[in-house]
Design a protein around this ligand. Structure first.
Ligand code: OAD
Length: 252
């Protein structure tokens, strides 16, 4: 493992374009529960309303029963409220330099990568703090949801408002996907998968494609995932500690 740290430290040192694909595990050390696994918000994947979280947080439920969907959206926002970036977010931001481009493609909706100072953050699942009107698309950024009525309405047209997040069954934001494709076309020297199960194809595919082209793949995750067998280097520790150690290895 020691040698792995040194080897990835050298890769980081010489890199000019880095991709970090991140998931809930990156924010676990900021005390935000993950969706699945040991630190999951929903035990056994079930909500207290007896429905799987994928169902209550789906586009279908939002349309059929917005009160129920909003109940869990509020819970999600509450779990994020007041949380701050941890060492993992900070290291990814610190790796940016005039000679190194760092792209972060995240499934997290907490905005902590931007808060840590990362400049190129592709929010594949949106951002829970942006509230958007379901009719006129008016959008507003809220520091917190505190004081919001149970079913918030648009201040412009009075239609139902919702957080600007991708619910289950919904498509990803087109502009974000286009940016992700452009970033991948330019290529990367190293690709990292950090704190994600990589269950969604748009998250595992860039890893497959990097591995096929011989681009080094690094995984940081205490548990094995569907992309673990593709990783040239695998670190089974927490994201913050591991990334700090890798940063220390740079240039040594
Ligand atoms: P998951 O909750 O599915 O998985 C969290 C991953 O983080 C697991 O693989 C854990 O082993 C790992 N992990 C936990 N603590 C960690 C730590 N300290 N350091 C590093 N890794 C750690 O989260 P995602 O894979 O991000 O989608 O899930 C992706 C999507 O699942 C979410 O964006 C959400 C949910 O369905 C939508 O809401 C559309």
């Amino acid at each position: 493992m020691k040698n792995n740290f040194a080897a990835v430290g050298r890769l980081l040192e010489s890199s000019k374009r880095l991709l970090f694909i991140t998931g809930a595990g990156v924010s676990a050390e900021s005390k935000i529960p993950t969706f699945r696994g040991a630190t999951a918000a929903f035990a056994d994947g079930m909500t207290e309303d007896g429905m799987p979280f994928e169902e209550v947080l789906s586009g279908t439920t939002f349309r059929a029963n917005p009160t129920l969907a909003w109940k869990y959206l509020f819970k999600l926002e509450q779990s994020i409220r007041g949380k701050t970036p941890n060492a993992a977010h900070r290291v990814m931001a610190a790796l940016q330099s005039p000679r190194r481009h760092v792209c972060v493609a995240t499934q997290n909706i907490d905005g902590l990568h931007q808060q840590a100072g990362s400049r190129v953050v592709l929010e594949l699942h949106g951002n829970i703090r942006r509230v958007i009107c379901t009719r006129c698309q008016y959008s507003d950024y809220r520091e917190t949801f505190e004081g919001m009525p149970p079913l918030p309405r648009c201040p412009r047209c009075d239609a139902m408002a919702r957080p600007d997040v991708v619910l289950y069954e919904e498509s990803l934001p087109v502009l974000v996907l286009e940016s992700f494709v452009r970033e991948q076309e330019r290529g990367f020297d190293v690709v990292f998968s950090v704190g994600t199960t990589s269950l969604f194809p748009y998250v595992s595919q860039p890893i497959w494609s990097a591995a096929r082209r011989g681009v080094p793949v690094v995984e940081i995750n205490p548990e094995r995932t569907v992309i673990s067998s593709l990783a040239n280097y695998r670190f089974a520790g927490p994201a913050g500690e591991t990334l700090q150690q890798l940063m220390r290895e740079m240039g040594t």
